[in-house]
Design a protein around this ligand. Structure first.
Ligand code: PGA
Length: 323
């Protein structure tokens, strides 16, 4: 609880007075304080006089020609040092934030982008080590909910929601491919028809997934229905199920990154595939995004895209190498 006099000081003293006092106390001279601060000597005297009034005790005493700090002056000088030290620290933090070296970046991405974005965060965070990233991974519909609730700084997804006004930027291709177990009889076939594919046991993503919607749309357009045997809300679980011989599926080619040439999955050559979806980075239209978010957006469109594209090429090459 502040005492009566502390309350008085807070009420009447200004930061400027404290700054003048600190310099005068450091030099024990009003004249030198005036020089350092580019003020006139009477201005310094006036500021100290007002501060003395606010404190209610003398801050300096004159002995002969020399100026000394009183006990109250000593105590205020120590307090000023602490205040200005803290302010300098705060200033540095703000400067760092403005210089993008510190702060929080909140990202929301669809499950397929989960195979790309975490890897890009490595080089990005290396460049800006003070940045703290939180990554929320979910399917298309749930991500659209997050966008409408303004939960994150930036979002990555294939299909720009129509019901929300967003500012979007193209990021990267997101080809959807048909995946089967390496030993599946269709692996050796060329130009497999959708009709033939529709007879195979199919492992489908959950409702709300845009991968699912893309596949469904393609089959609907041909008047064909899929032979859905299972529904999983995880790309990894689907890959495992394919490896286990439970059926085929359609997933983003990005989900095969890091699988390597020894992977247990193969891409089938199906008419109309790959489905050429594209990923976009977006944020709510009119939202003033943070400097960090702007920097990441820029990174995604330059270095980030390059790294992701190279990885995608390697994944494609390894798949070709399988044949
Ligand atoms: P999802 O992602 O299948 O996880 O919804 C699709 C996309 O937007 O790429």
């Amino acid at each position: 609880m502040p005492t009566h006099s502390e309350g008085q000081i807070l009420h009447h003293a200004t930061l400027h007075q404290l700054q003048v006092f600190e310099v005068a106390a450091r030099h024990c001279s009003f004249t030198r304080a005036a020089e350092e601060l580019f003020l006139t000597q009477p201005t310094v005297s006036m500021q100290i006089k007002q501060l003395t009034k606010a404190v209610g005790l003398p801050l300096f005493e004159q002995v002969g020609k020399r100026l000394f700090l009183t006990d109250a002056g000593e105590s205020l000088y120590a307090t000023c040092n602490r205040i200005f030290e803290q302010l300098a620290e705060f200033e540095m933090k703000v400067a760092n934030m403005k210089g993008m070296k510190q702060g929080r970046l909140k990202l929301g991405v669809v499950t397929t982008a989960n195979y790309v974005i975490p890897r890009l965060l490595g080089p990005f965070c290396h460049q800006f080590p003070g940045i703290q990233v939180s990554l929320n991974v979910t399917n298309h519909d749930r991500l659209v909910d997050r966008i409408s609730e303004n939960r994150d700084d930036l979002y990555i997804l294939s299909h720009i929601p129509q019901q929300i006004e967003v500012q979007s930027y193209h990021f990267l291709e997101n080809p959807l491919v048909v995946l089967a177990n390496r030993h599946h009889s269709l692996v050796k076939e060329k130009q497999i028809s959708l009709q033939r594919l529709s007879q195979e046991p199919f492992i489908m993503r959950e409702a709300g997934s845009y991968t699912r919607r893309s596949v469904q749309k393609m089959f609907d357009e041909q008047g064909l229905s899929l032979n859905i045997k299972m529904e999983f809300d995880s790309n990894e679980a689907i890959k495992q199920a394919i490896a286990g011989g439970m059926g085929i599926s359609v997933l983003s080619l990005h989900t095969l990154a890091l699988e390597g040439a020894s992977g247990q999955l193969a891409i089938l050559d199906v008419v109309g595939f790959p489905i050429q979806n594209q990923w976009y980075v977006c944020h709510i239209a009119g939202k003033q995004i943070s400097v960090i978010a702007q920097t990441f957006l820029q990174f995604l469109q330059t270095e980030g895209r390059k790294i992701a594209q190279q990885t995608l090429e390697v994944t494609r090459q390894e798949e070709v190498g399988h044949d």
